[in-house]
Design a protein around this ligand. Structure first.
Ligand SMILES: Cc1ncc(COP(=O)(O)O)c(C=O)c1O
Length: 382
């Protein structure tokens, strides 16, 4: 039985080209610490700065505005906690969407404990923030707005360009952060065009290694560092740089951007096939999606009369990997905060199933997923 992996929004395999780019830094070819002044150190520093330059070019910015981190979570934490804490003297009001990944949302909870007022912007039934809503919330003491570029559970794209414009025209000195972890490599990203001050990316969603990410920090933006120690990453993030990971994320982003148009076309067609198939073969299916503004590879569905994660377990037994849309433990079942914000009732939301497609996905995978879902739903309803 061949394995069908439909959980690319959770993580992706490392591409061979990426692995190849990383290998010199994992062995004797390029073992140096980029901070060392000898030849081995200088070689590592050169590779690291080449990677930074490549990434800056791909995102439409300057190399000094790219800070490498340990992944999307750290990038989000550094943006939200770092920017808010550094600006606390100007104000202690932060606005974020209600559908942020926990790496942003829980950073908001942390700020609350530190005395910040944190407001959450609601979304429409398609999962999209209403920029006019933001306008009403902005205050002279609003120091940060954080709205993700694309949501990880339902794939909805957010009007970040407009959000940046509104936030920067507000009454305060407001910085704008966007979590682009799911959007990177799927939609074109130019930080200047988006108008954001901070933007987070993670390598392992784009066929790069786990444990490496980056934060775009616009020149002049003040951040309180999360990690202190050496003067690495322009004093914004202490710790010996992950040279192999950095070579990996640069290669992964380069390939993702180069192949974006063709890959998106192929994957959008497969997603459409999945959506149609589910609608045709599974009665009582509800697709959690925006009609037009969405990522090509994520499809979230709920099913009437199904309680909990039975579908995921049934599919897993057939070698098909999909994700649940809710955070569950064996004792506590909590419907997704994203679906709740979209107005999906809790009883339905617990059945949420996320299919996320990728480079290896074929029509056959999609057909198998449709067929297995239809059988699982039927069995569970009985
Ligand atoms: C939207 C979003 N932000 C942040 C993260 C966290 O990234 P990482 O796993 O690299 O810490 C994820 C990963 O699931 C994500 O989907």
């Amino acid at each position: 039985m061949k394995f069908v992996y439909l959980d690319h929004a959770a993580t992706t395999p490392v591409r061979p080209e990426v692995r190849e780019a990383m290998l010199p830094f994992l062995g004797e070819e390029c073992p140096g610490n980029p901070s060392s002044i000898h030849a081995a150190g200088r070689a590592a520093r050169k590779a690291l700065e080449d990677a930074r330059e490549k990434i800056a070019g791909l995102l439409g910015t300057q190399p000094r505005e790219i800070v490498f981190t340990s992944g999307g979570t750290e990038s989000d934490n550094l943006a939200v906690l770092g920017a808010a804490r550094a600006a606390a003297g100007l104000g202690k009001h932060v606005v974020m969407s209600a559908i942020e990944h926990h790496a942003v949302g829980h950073a908001g909870d942390q700020l609350k404990e530190e005395g910040f007022a944190v407001e959450r912007l609601g979304v429409d039934a398609g999962g999209r923030v209403e920029p006019e809503e933001l306008k009403k919330r902005l205050r002279p003491d609003t120091v940060l707005v954080s709205v993700m570029l694309a949501n990880n559970e339902v794939g909805t794209l957010q009007p970040v360009e407009e959000i940046s414009r509104i936030a920067h025209a507000g009454p305060g000195k407001t910085l704008v952060h966007t979590d682009a972890v799911q959007a990177a490599g799927k939609i074109p990203i130019n930080v200047k065009a988006l108008g954001v001050d901070l933007l987070s990316i993670s390598a392992h969603k784009i066929y790069g290694p786990k444990g490496i990410g980056l934060l775009y920090v616009r020149k002049g933006v003040r951040l309180a560092p999360l990690l202190v120690g050496g003067d690495h990453e322009f004093g914004r993030r202490a710790g010996t740089e992950n040279a192999a990971g950095i070579a990996g994320i640069a290669k992964a982003l380069e390939l993702a951007v180069a192949e974006m148009t063709s890959e998106n076309q192929r994957i959008s067609a497969l997603r459409a096939r999945l959506a149609e198939g589910l609608r045709e073969h599974v009665p009582g299916v509800h697709l959690n999606q925006h009609a037009t503004e969405r990522l090509p590879h994520i499809l979230s569905a709920c099913f009437d009369g199904i309680e909990g994660e039975g579908i995921i377990l049934h599919l897993d037994q057939e070698g098909i990997s999909v994700a649940s849309g809710s955070a569950c433990t064996s004792t506590h079942r909590e419907p997704s905060h994203v679906l709740a914000a979209m107005g999906v009732r809790a009883q339905l939301a617990v059945s949420a199933t996320r299919y996320s497609l990728g480079r290896a996905t074929t029509e056959d995978h999609i057909d198998r997923a449709i067929d297995a879902t239809a059988r699982a739903v039927q069995k569970l309803r009985q």
